[in-house]
Design a protein around this ligand. Structure first.
Ligand code: NAP
Length: 361
């Protein structure tokens, strides 16, 4: 190695980036990351570049500052940053102040309006939740997906990582206290904080008449659809507050405005979510956390199969829906990303219908 080049330990280089430190203290950061380390690699983004130009300018301006001293300062700055990067690599440091280091799944640098933000999405291994998780990750967020079944979590995480998105996952039945606790702990441990909570998980047993519904079924529907977002949020709130701004998105249904008789208590739970949105938005506005509600119409998922596969029912729906097609999960996802973005920071307490037509005035 020529005398003009700084000596960087090979072990650090192998796990991070390619560095060339020249006599003029210019640092070039390449992205020669070995394929084997791509599964959970930490990419140093351009803003990682230490203030070498600044040091260089100072060299040119102040002749008394010897080249050796400048080199020493540059080496010191780089060593500090490499050490921080190594900590992140080992999971000891999650949000390094002043460093733009992102934990990603596949070695693709995360950019976008939600970059460096963390989203927890419940019920996100399929349907609407999956589309939301994907969109938030595409827009730069690190996303924690979850649902009741381990194999669904594994499949969803693998599919999204395959697309180069920054995701991790865990099992969480939102109606179970221990699962909610684990979800919160995992998100904090691996992501260092939480900015957005999107509560998609919901149940819809076809129960028929409200008066004929057993107390057990009432409890199940209200526990999952209505209470779980509040209980999860109460655990996440202190951590969201620390981040300065946050967003919560609840998921209701058009059945809140246009109840279907066969859906009974489900209608009631989804109407209650509209009220919950208003109340939480008031309580959390002083903490700079916006609470809004997505209100889907019929969206093509397993959940709504019974409705759209029944020709007679579907025909009836088409009388109300002015956009003559069934909604897709992706139709809901962009709105959620927008509601999480800084562009929506003055929007709270709103319930927004995504149904090809809104029955509201
Ligand atoms: P979906 O395709 O059946 O997906 C439901 C997702 O939630 C799956 O990932 C499922 O995975 C998970 N899940 C179910 N119960 C859960 C629980 N107790 N805890 C945690 N995760 C759970 O359903 P979807 O159509 O996307 O519906 C999602 C939400 O949208 C629901 O709240 C629903 O009320 C609302 N919605 C849907 C429509 C529609 O037409 N599709 C219309 C209006 C409102 P696991 O099986 O692994 O748990």
């Amino acid at each position: 190695m020529p005398a003009s080049e700084a000596c960087i330990p090979a072990s650090l280089l192998a796990s991070c980036v390619t560095l060339v430190v020249t006599r003029r203290a210019y640092v070039q950061i390449g992205s020669a990351v070995p394929e084997s380390s791509l599964l959970s690699v930490h990419i140093l983004t351009p803003s990682f570049r230490p203030p070498m130009e600044e040091l260089l300018t100072r060299t040119q301006e102040r002749e008394e500052h010897s080249q050796g001293q400048v080199q020493q300062e540059a080496d010191q700055a780089m060593a500090t940053r490499l050490q921080a990067a190594a900590w992140v690599q080992r999971g000891q440091l999650h949000h390094p102040a002043g460093l733009s280091v992102q934990k990603i799944s596949r070695g693709i640098d995360q950019k976008g309006i939600l970059a460096n933000r963390v989203a927890v999405v419940t019920g996100s291994t399929n349907g609407i939740g999956f589309a939301i998780a994907r969109r938030l990750a595409q827009d730069g967020a690190h996303v924690v997906v979850s649902s009741r079944k381990q194999q669904n979590v594994d499949r969803a995480v693998a599919a999204l990582q395959e697309e180069g998105l920054s995701v991790m996952g865990t099992v969480c039945h939102v109606g179970k206290a221990e699962d909610r606790k684990r979800l919160v702990a995992m998100a904090l441990q691996h992501c260092g904080g939480i900015d957005f909570l999107v509560c998609v998980a919901g149940v819809n047993p076809l129960v028929g008449s409200t008066l004929g519904t057993s107390e057990q079924v009432w409890d199940k529907i209200l526990d999952v659809n209505l209470k779980s977002p509040v209980l999860l949020l109460s655990q996440l709130l202190p951590h969201m507050e620390k981040r300065g701004r946050g967003a919560v998105i609840l998921v209701s249904s058009l059945a809140a405005y246009m109840p279907r008789v066969e859906l009974g208590v489900y209608n009631v739970s989804k109407t209650a979510l509209l009220g919950l949105t208003k109340t939480l938005s008031l309580e959390l506005a002083p903490k700079n956390i916006q609470v809004n509600c997505l209100v889907p119409g019929i969206i093509k998922t397993d959940f709504s199969k019974l409705l759209y596969e029944n020709e007679a029912v579907w025909k009836k729906f088409m009388e109300y829906y002015w956009v003559k097609r069934i909604g897709q999960p992706e139709d809901c996802a962009g709105l959620v990303s927008f509601l999480c973005s800084p562009d929506a920071s003055y929007i709270t307490g709103e319930s927004i219908v995504v149904a090809g037509f809104s029955p509201r005035l």
